[in-house]
Design a protein around this ligand. Sequence first.
Ligand code: FAD
Length: 475
Amino acid sequence: ATHLVWLRNDLRINDNSALHAACRSANARVIALFIATPGQWAQHHMAPKQAEFIWQSLLDVQRSLAKKGIPLHIAECDDFTASVALLQDFCREQRVDRLFYNYQYEVNERQRDAMVERTLFDQDVMVQGFDDSLLLPPGSVLTGNREMYKVFTPFSRAFVKRLKEGLPECLPAPDVRNGGAIDTHDHSLTAFNYPREAVDARLFPAGEQAAIARLREFCQQPVTEYPEQRDLPARDGTSRLSVYLATGVLSPRQCLHRLLKQHPRGLEDQQVFVWLNELIWREFYRHLLVAWPSLCRHQPFTRWTRGVKWRDDKQGLLAWQQGKTGYPIVDAAMRQLNSLGWMHNRLRMITASFLVKDLLIDWREGERYFMSQLLDGDLAANNGGWQWAASTGTDAAPYFRIFNPTTQGERFDKSGEFIRHWLPELRAVPEKYIHQPHEWAKKSQQSLDYPLPIVEHKQARQQTLDAFEAARKQT
Ligand code: FAD
C-alpha cells in the first residue's frame, strides 16, 4: 500500500501525528508532499520572510525524511482550488491508497480540505485527518453549557484542569523504513514562485534541531525569569519560538513536555506557568476561530464596533508602517518588525494601540500589514492580537483604556536602550529625554533628523473615545 503524508504547516518529523500514523504499518510505501500555493499566499498577505523560512524548513524536513527512507516531493500551483486537482493527479500517478494530514482550522483551509476529502473519496483514497497543531483540539474545552469560552481566564483554568486529567502524548519521529535511507536528489522545484526575503539566521535559525535546541535552552533558565523579563523589549526575555510554532517546525506538545521535564510542577508553579499561559493564549485564539469562523473573514467579534468611523489617513498609515510617527517606542518597534520580521509582544500591543487609538485607522489595515511582515504571521494569533488592541474582540482591552505611547515607552524601555538600537538618529539624546527627543532638541538647540509627533496624544485619545461612543450609541 502507498501512504501519502501531505505536509502543510507541520514541517517536522518529530511529534507529527499524520506522519506517525502513515508510518505505523512497516510494509507501506510512505511518501510525502508539500504544495506551495503562491496565489493563495498572496491573498493571505504572507510575508516574504515567512516564505523564505518555509522554504528553508522544507529543505531541512526533506533531508530528515530522506534519512528515514521517505521522499518529500515539493509541488506548486496557484491556489487552494488548484491544489485539490494537483493532489488528485498526484495520488493517481503515485497510486496512493491512503492520505494522512494534520488539520488547519482557518476557513479557506477547511474548505480546501473538505473538497480534497470529497474528490479523493471518489478516487477510492482513504483520507485521515488529525488534530495536531494544538495541545487540545478545538471544541474540547467548553463551558458548563457546552459553549466555547469568550473570556480567557476561565478558558485557561478549564484548560489546565483538562491537562491535569491527562497530558497529550508526544510522538517520536518515525523509524527508518524497510528500504533504508534515500538520497535527497531533488526532482522538485528550485524555489517557490513567491517573493522571498532573507531571515536573520542568528535569531531564527531554520530547522527542527535548531528549534528544539532553543526550546531546551529556554526551558532551562530563561523561563523562570520570564515573568520579570517578558515585558522588556531590550532583553532577550521571551522564547522567540513563535515562528517555529506558526510553521509547525515545533509542536506545542513538544513545548509542554520539555517544560514539564525541566519543571515537573510547571502546571502549578506560578513562575513557570506564566509562559505556559501564553501557549494557552495561542490555543484560545485558535479555538475561537473554529467557534466563530467569521473571525477568518476579519469581522469584529463585538458587533457594535462595526459602526466605528475610521479615518482614511494614508500618510498616517505610511508613517506608522515606516516607523516615522515621532513616537520613539512606536517607531523603534516598527523598525524591528520591518527589519527582523518579528516584534516583541509588548511592542505589538503598543504599536497596534497607536494605529487604532491614536491614528483612528481601521485595525484591519494593521492586521494586514503585520501579516505582510511577520515571520510568525498566523491568522488566529494576529487577528486575536489586533482585535484585543482595537477593543473589537472578545475579552479585549476596553475601548476607553488607551495606551499613552510616551508613558509606555518610559515604563518598558526606561533607559531607551531598545529605542537607541533601532533609531540611530536618536543615539545622542540623553536618557531623560529619549521618549520626547524634540524637547531636548529645543532646549539644547540641536537639530534632529527625526519627525515631530504626527498626532498629539491627548487630542487623538479624545477623538477615539468620541468615535467609539458614537458607534456604541447607534446600537
Ligand atoms: P513567548 O512570549 O515566548 O510566548 C511563547 C509562545 O506562545 C509564542 O511563541 C506564541 O506561539 C504563543 N503566544 C505568546 N503570546 C501570544 C498571544 N498573545 N497570542 C497568541 N499566542 C501567543 N503571535 C503569533 O504567533 N503570530 C502572529 O501573527 C501574532 N500577531 C500578533 C499581533 C498583535 C497585535 C499582538 C498584540 C500579538 C500578536 N502575536 C502573534 C502574539 C505574540 O506577540 C507573539 O506570539 C510573541 O511575541 C512571539 O514571541 P515569542 O515566541 O518570544 O513569545
